[in-house]
Design a protein around this ligand. Sequence first.
Ligand code: UDX
Ligand code: ADP
Length: 463
Amino acid sequence: MTNILCIGAGYVGGSTMPVFASHCPEDRFVIVDINPARIAAWQSDQLPIYEPGLEEIVQQTRGKNLFFSTEVNRHIAEADIIFVSVNTPTKTFGHGAGRAADLQFWEKTARQIVENSTSSKIVVEKSTLPVRTAEAMERILNSNGKGLFFDVLSNPEFLAEGTAIRDMQNPDRVLVGGRETPSGRKAVEKLVELYARWVPRERIITTNLWSSELSKLVANAFLAQRISSINSISAVCEKTEADVSEVANAIGRDARIGSRFLQASVGFGGSCFKKDILNLVYLCEHYGLPEVARYWEQVVLMNEYQEARFASNMVASMFNTVAGKRIALFGAAFKAHTSDTRESPALAVCRALLEERAEIVITDPYALDNACEDLKDLGGRITYEIDPYAAAKNAHAIAILTEWPQYAQLDYERIYQSMTKPAFLFDGRNLLNHKKLYELGFNVYAIGKPALTRLVNQGIVAA
Ligand code: UDX
Ligand code: ADP
């Protein structure tokens, strides 16, 4: 039996370890966190994160070979392998503020591992980290004065929220980076063996430590770049009467380009894309590569432009003022099937409209609590409403900001009847049937598509 510990019971630790536990019934998995409320939630029926399929797996494994605890020190002492998935937010202070990763939680964890270990261990970086963090970690861990040796591995997480369990069950690839020493190779093999219980060997890639660390940043940078690229084209489409969905389909059919991740939107969000790109930008600057830094930074700037452009288009379309107008935001989560609102474009649009003094009502099936927490600096200026029909009642406009499939199933005739006229609909995810909405009476504005509007005198392209 191998004792496996995961430090950090957030999205990453909380969705990967239960899957490990279900495939490795003879090994023992413990997830620890310094936050007692989080651990209590993991031990209850109300898990702290919403992820399809997660509840079932936790129920199957919890109390058998999967345990949640706040006793970090005791479990460090017992562990053979330690996964570290503590948060690595963007630094908000000092050198590299706004770009570099804040490694204070990581370093604290490394020191805690040293203090509490009585045997040599494998330590696996699971959080996204700047390249060469493993080197610093090795130095901290191996200056222990106890004669212990720690192998540091990099095993970045590629799972996407909303499909985390599916991604972990059936990954495109698993990446394990390690030192090219006999001990390093042995440690890599040990981790590969764990994954090989359910992942075909040919999908497990092993590399050196630095390639593995860098690949995580690069994968997210490339994915985000595709979205910023298609979003930049959406702006061109809106000026030329081209349709961004048609353009995406036409280019995506080229096998060299591929069709996925070409959905134009109000912008990308989530805890990873922006943070990882800024991390890459910082790294490039650090290594004296300013041109490369500017190249990748533009992916983030284009995303901010898209969010701002969406909000200002709303204002411009509604006779250049939204002051005092009720606007219903459909969706707060950064994408469908998650309650996560970190870096959600919905929140950016909300803030921009509040600046214009709109009256905002937000609806979302799962993310209202998180949205309320994120926007609490705005006090009581926003209404939260779980029922989309109630949210839309008397509104001048609806903005679709998260692609929840249920929003495509609503009775828009009923919604239209309940709204203030002229009624506006801004589809930030190109989720709805725009022609049908137009026929119901809406003025429809979608990303990268000609506007379908009855307001012919405003100089807007008329249908
Ligand atoms: C991402 C990576 O996909 C994952 O591999 C990595 O481990 C973590 O970061 P995640 O942030 O969970 O995962 O979500 P993802 O599905 O990648 O979507 C990110 C954002 O891009 C969302 O806001 C989504 O709505 C947006 N998006 C995605 C688009 O706007 N258009 C697309 O075509 C795809
Ligand atoms: P991610 O999305 O990368 O999983 P989260 O912020 O959701 O990130 O989770 C990280 C978790 O790590 C948090 O629950 C936080 O309380 C926990 N954490 C941070 N530092 C420590 C530490 N030193 N020991 C244990 N847990 C920690």
